[in-house]
Write a new protein. Structure first.
Length: 339
């Protein structure tokens, strides 16, 4: 609803912000020992909207920022999905849609995107339901999913075990504005539970691939892509849309000073690819002619879903804690630049 309301006013790029709750505090059911800052310095210095008429405002210790929408810590995944469901639906109308989660490690990207009640399962379920309803209007759809990890400027197929991986190659069809990744496994999503199987498979391959899977996933981007091809038996209309749900690498300023060798290269690659994503979105928003898609694997992969007949939503995730203020400010600045 929100998306369409702003549609005519503001082009095709939206930015929303989500403030996560403090974890493991006595009145918080989520006790998580992995987040020691939350226990020791539970001082809050970042606040979402405090009144109905300031739904896009986030206040920090230094100064406020404005986005299309800001979600307070108590807002659940369900409500957030309600705000973006129209955007997800538009992939069925033939749009290429990209939704990103940006933020430092521990800010809630994966919780928002791929937890069991997060965006991937909710989006897929809603699309199933809609496809079912559209049958009455003679539309039939095929849905295909793939799941790719971009790590160190290389693509990996999360649906194929590491030992069977082949080199993935990106192919763009300029005329149809579609993208195919050669050697990448696509799964035909023909029943609701195939998505769950697919997410489990990705999780399994991810943890086999890395000893510290958490660490690796915070240093790589994961891109879930749903291809939707519809045909109308009565009118012979056809439409092809794509939904990309992207959980980005942690945006924390990684100090390259102490890092050496592989770690240093990895750090530089993360910084470069997040920056180039920002540059691409900024260039699109400014209506520039030349869009620098080629500067990173991620933007090159998503080229046909960024710009042209496409819609982009950037979620910037932040922690409310004083201890994380510097990272929060840097995330909010990034988000301001692309909005
Ligand atoms: P990221 O993917 O950005 O590194 P996670 O999504 O893994 O961060 O979140 C870090 C921790 O915070 C996890 O334990 C997660 O369950 C919890 N968390 C994040 N956001 C929320 C939220 N809105 N409500 C409850 N718990 C959350
Ligand atoms: Mg994560």
């Amino acid at each position: 609803v929100l998306f369409n309301k702003y549609q005519e006013l503001k082009g095709n790029i939206r930015v929303m912000c989500r403030v996560r709750p403090v974890l493991g505090s006595p009145d918080d059911p989520v006790a998580d020992l992995d987040y020691p800052d939350d226990k020791t310095s539970a001082q809050i210095c970042v606040k979402g909207p405090e009144e109905k008429n300031s739904l896009g405002r986030i206040t920090t210790k230094t100064f406020p920022f404005e986005f299309d929408r800001v979600f307070n810590p108590q807002i659940a995944n369900e409500e957030i999905f309600g705000e973006i469901s129209q955007l997800v639906q538009s992939a069925l109308d033939g749009y290429n849609v990209c939704i990103f989660c940006y933020g430092q490690t521990g800010s809630g990207k994966t919780y928002t995107m791929s937890s069991p009640d997060g965006m991937i399962p909710r989006a897929t379920k809603m699309i199933y339901d809609t496809v079912h309803q559209l049958k009455e209007k003679s539309w039939s759809y095929t849905m295909e999913g793939n799941f790719i990890e971009v790590y160190n400027e290389e693509l990996h197929d999360l649906l194929t075990p590491t030992k069977d991986q082949k080199k993935l190659e990106i192919r763009h069809d300029e005329a149809r504005r579609t993208t195919t990744v050669l050697n990448c496994k696509s799964v035909l999503l023909d029943s609701e539970n195939t998505v769950e199987l697919m997410l489990n498979e990705a999780e399994k391959n991810r943890s086999v691939a890395a000893t510290k899977s958490n660490e690796r996933s915070s240093r790589s981007h994961s891109v879930f892509t749903l291809k939707l091809i519809g045909e109308n038996a009565a009118t012979h209309e056809r439409c092809e849309g794509t939904l990309n749900l992207v959980d980005l690498a942690g945006s924390e300023r990684l100090k390259s000073s102490g890092a050496e060798g592989d770690r240093m290269k990895e750090t530089q690659n993360i910084n470069t690819s997040l920056k180039s994503l920002g540059d691409v979105i900024e260039a699109l928003g400014a209506g520039q002619k030349h869009i620098p898609y080629r500067n990173s694997k991620l933007t090159y992969l998503l080229r046909n879903s960024l710009g042209g007949n496409s819609k982009t939503l950037m979620f910037v995730m932040v922690s409310p804690l004083e201890a994380h203020l510097n990272e929060t400010l840097s995330s909010l600045r990034f988000a301001t630049k692309v909005s």
